[in-house]
Write a protein that binds this ligand. Structure first.
Ligand code: 5GP
Length: 188
């Protein structure tokens, strides 16, 4: 079986993580691509499950050794990236890879993998709702929040470049639609 890539991108707070977690519970033969990041672990997050939490030094070393398929300085001083070894690990298990990744990273992967990849943009109802969700998390400082808002505003403009725009106005409807989309793609 040729492994595929399912890319979920959206501004932070659009609900993509919840949708991806929902899909992972279905029988779609998917496994989550664990990204590497230099950001601090938040609340319930688990190392090597949610992210590989690594130091900036380690991250830069991996860049120099070309270990990333893509990486971004998503927020000033904070890096996120997809490791080549991660995709290979999942394909070797005979599974498809599912990504929860920022908009630029998602477009990079789509460009690289073409029809082997399905790039889905998760669209929140509005920028206002997005801001409420981000503020409601209560995990970020004012300064970090402002940066997230600015980035979200910019990212909403990239929707058209994706294969599919998935509206997340109602979470359970969005999850059902995502299941259908991904089911069709992995079985095609
Ligand atoms: P958070 O800090 O909220 O977990 O993630 C911030 C943003 O970085 C989110 O949009 C998330 O999807 C994105 N992100 C997570 N992993 C990667 C990655 O490997 N590469 C890129 N480009 N973005 C990522």
């Amino acid at each position: 079986m040729a492994g595929k890539l399912i890319i979920f991108s959206a501004p932070s707070g659009a609900g993509k993580t919840t949708i991806v977690q929902h899909l992972l519970k279905q029988e779609l033969n998917l496994e989550f691509s664990i990204s590497a990041t230099t950001r601090e672990r938040r609340g319930e997050e688990v190392d090597k499950k949610d992210y590989y939490f690594i130091s900036k030094e380690d991250f830069l070393h991996k860049i120099a050794h070309k270990e990333f398929v893509e990486f971004e300085e998503v927020y000033t001083g904070t890096f996120y990236g997809t490791l080549r070894s991660e995709i290979e690990r999942i394909w070797d298990e005979g599974k498809h890879v599912i990504f929860d990744i920022d908009v630029e990273g998602g477009l990079h992967l789509k460009k690289k993998y073409g029809s082997q990849a399905l790039a889905i943009f998760v669209q929140p109802p509005s920028l206002e709702v997005l801001k409420e969700r981000l503020t409601g998390r209560g995990t970020d400082s004012e300064e970090k929040l402002a940066e997230r808002f600015a980035k979200a505003e910019k990212e909403l403009q990239y929707a058209d470049r994706f294969d599919v725009i998935l509206k997340n106005y109602d979470l359970s409807t969005a999850c059902d639609e995502a299941e259908k989309l991904v089911g069709n793609f992995v079985n095609s």
